[in-house]
Design a protein around this ligand. Structure first.
Ligand code: NDP
Length: 326
């Protein structure tokens, strides 16, 4: 059989990982013929809980799971890895200012970026899930100068999947029939779910839905605030759907998206007026283990306004942590 791939996952004792690790071990990310070794990182005080999760992984007797490493040391976790899913992040505690949250996370991702730079395979694929995901990815990228910058990405896929699902319901089609959705910008309520190029069964989706007011005033805010709505309903933040989106993001990057558009947060190449290096959600097509941005899309006045708003937030986040990168 094939040699195992090594994948590091951080925040291994957390809610998202409680779904994510089992999906990876089941072959949902790298494929049903690809053995995997999980290299699990979490804080010292979470080691016991991680070991409990590992006991459950063992009890699943996954045929593809050929090893598990548990550690609180980033370099050990990232040694020789092919992929990293950076899920662990500092949650906002009561009374914590946004700026404090940004800097607490900046410290974590600076350390992890440096460790990736030192220990990971040179073509490692990195997905940042922990919030603020785009800015955490930016810090990781800046702290790992020897890795290809484009291999550090942030998760917009949950926003993408949420938009697809809501639009499919409105249009009365299945989610798989919707193509060419783009989610631009920050993984935050400012993200911009763009349906202008979308089709359903080959028909232009805006025409099929024929309700621009619903799109602007209901769809966009519903997708933006979905995370909050789930906390309100479930009493806990989304975890299984976030894990599913992380699998979708990495699986498509590794195995290809079959010509379909997917949204990924990637360092800007300057296109669409986004300053170079900012980690911004854009539509991409994946094949051969690489992603290609969808280029040359027209940006109308409404879209420009939406993209400028989410960009302004990202620039503000970048500037707030600039000192910590020195
Ligand atoms: P979760 O597993 O629920 O979430 C982890 C991160 O994913 C959070 O930053 C969360 O953001 C983010 N996230 C991104 N998208 C979503 C989404 N759609 N829905 C929900 N969350 C999303 O957090 P837990 O608190 O259960 O677990 C975190 C783990 O990380 C703990 O085991 C902790 O010990 C570990 N940790 C590890 C660190 C390290 O290895 N250095 C550092 C800090 C923590 P948000 O907070 O905005 O919901």
């Amino acid at each position: 059989s094939k040699p195992a791939v090594r994948v590091a996952v951080t925040g291994a004792a957390g809610q998202i990982c409680y779904s994510l690790l089992f999906r990876i071990a089941n072959g949902d990310l790298f494929g049903k013929d690809q053995p995997v070794i999980l290299q699990l990182l979490d804080l010292p005080q979470a080691q016991k809980a991680v070991n409990g999760v590992v006991m459950e992984l063992e009890d699943c007797a996954f045929p593809l799971l050929s090893g598990v490493v548990v550690t609180d040391d980033p370099k050990t976790a990232f040694r020789d890895i092919d992929a990293a899913l950076l899920v662990g992040a500092r949650p906002r505690s009561q009374g914590m200012e946004r700026r404090d949250l940004l800097s607490a996370n900046a410290e974590i991702f600076k350390v992890q970026g440096r460790a990736l730079n030192e220990a990971a395979k040179r073509d490692v694929k990195v997905l940042v899930v922990g919030n603020p995901a785009n800015t955490n990815a930016y810090i990781t990228m800046k702290s790992a100068p020897d890795l290809p910058a484009g291999n550090i990405t942030a998760m917009l896929r949950l926003d993408h999947n949420r938009a697809v699902s809501q639009l499919a319901a409105k249009a009365g089609v299945g989610p798989a029939e919707i193509e060419k959705i783009a989610v631009w910008g920050n993984h935050s309520p400012t993200m911009y779910a763009d349906y202008r190029f979308a089709t359903a069964k080959g028909q232009p989706l805006p025409k099929l839905i024929n309700d621009e007011t619903w799109y602007r005033e209901t769809l966009i805010p519903t997708v933006g605030k979905r995370g909050g709505a789930i906390i309100e309903a479930r009493g806990a933040s989304s975890a299984a759907s976030a894990a599913n989106a992380a699998i979708d993001h990495m699986r498509d990057w590794v195995q290809g998206s079959n010509g379909r558009w997917v949204s990924m947060g990637v360092p800007s190449d300057g296109s669409y007026g986004i300053p170079e290096g900012i980690i911004f959600g854009v539509p991409v097509i994946c094949s051969g283990g690489k992603y290609e941005r969808v280029k040359g899309l027209e940006i109308d006045e409404f879209s420009r306004k939406m993209m400028d708003k989410t960009l302004a937030e990202l620039i503000e986040e970048r500037d707030a942590i600039a000192d910590l990168l020195k």
